[in-house]
Ligand binder design. Sequence first.
Ligand code: C2O
Length: 497
Amino acid sequence: VLGPVADLHICNKVIAPDGFNRSATLVNGLYPAPLIKAQKNDRFVLQVFNELTDDTMPLETSVHWHGIFQPKSNWADGVDYVTQCPILPGQKFVYNFTSPSQTGTYWYHSHASTQYCDGLRGPLVIYDPADPLAYMYDVDDENTVITLSDWYHTPSPQLAAIFGNVATNSTLINGRGRYLGGPLQPLTVIDVTPGLRYRFRVLGLACDLTYNFTIDGHRMTIIEVDGNEVLPVEVDSIPIFAGQRYSVVVTANQPVSNYWIRAEGGQANQTFDGGMNSAILRYVGAPDQDPTSVPGPYELSFDESTLHPLISPGAPGIPGIGKADFNLNLLAGFQIPPGLFLINNVSWVNPPMPVLLQMLSGARHPSELFPGGSVYPLPLNKVIEISFPNNGEARGGPHPIHLHGHSFDVVRLAGSNATNFVNPVRRDVVSLGAPGDNVTIRFVTDNPGPWFLHCHVDWHLKHGFAAVLAEAPRQAALQQAAVVPVEWSQLCVAPTH
Ligand code: C2O
């Protein structure tokens, strides 16, 4: 476990979390990357040392703190070509930021190429020692973090080159798993004491897969969604898209035994045989062996429309689709050949100079901002509404869309035409759903800076499924000019992958 002031050594190492040896890209030699644990209002000073040497994978890096708003510190958002140049081998970069008032469950990962698929991903939790809402969940223990990730036996650049569905080799829960035909590796065990109540923080750190998360014989009460506390909702399964997080309360109220914790990813090679896709919930007093529990009962299904923020619910602005100060439709397209995703007919390509630096050199208008057609300037302090009609060439998905710098209110969810402006779910990654859906979000432009908006399926991002919302370019330049070192005003070197 690391604190908010820590050194992160990004290095290559051969590991075998599922029993298969591969070279990986890791933080301090660990998979997943170590938990960063902070308290509300802490200052983060995270020194990243690039010590990468394995050129079968990207050698440059940048680290993004997923879900952290970075008020006045857009430069520390960690997106190469948007807020900084990549950190080259041998270089060091210090991320120094605060995010007053944010608490909850976040994560951090490489934003360079598909590098997080090779291992650079881990949890980040901000505790509130004086949480006024603690009575809402009243748990005996809130120190359990459960990370779900897809794992690959091949370096990500080779996988990114395959166009089409990339098969994952295994699912790792807290860095342990088994692959089809592989050895019976030890699985992660979560120990619980009969009668106690636990807050489990469940994080979707996937490159691609959507997990259906369940615990045999146990219900879960959702109390947090992507860093936002919600009114408690009891469910027995949760779909977790790449990048999403949930806190759930689980009561150890079943007979003393072992129970499967399941994260099923729906790929053909991801059967449940031999405990693939799983971890173990073990009651104190139960034998040290694999569970024999059966799935379910599934009685309380997940419904995203039942999730309501606990604090200041309600979407900003005048209710009604199209009635915000500024309305944008972003249509996801797909082009074969050459196998690219597009947003409003433009595929993202890394510009030679990060968007933030373009703003610092005076670029304000779409015609001055690069990559052309991918940067959307937005006015300051306005209500922005974005619709994502899922009827373009990229329809289907899954496409979990993430916006940096904000949580947003999802006023129209996938799977429905109904709208909710009163108490819609607030989160930072939302699934665009199925063909015909038209997910719509709202937020206020109170955070100047260029913020990346992209599909969190890393293969899709790599193939151009991204854009930048350039929030208040003039104010962003004024705010950041004092903090961005002059030597930054440079063209980035070309990436290795
Ligand atoms: Cu989780 Cu653009 O990132």
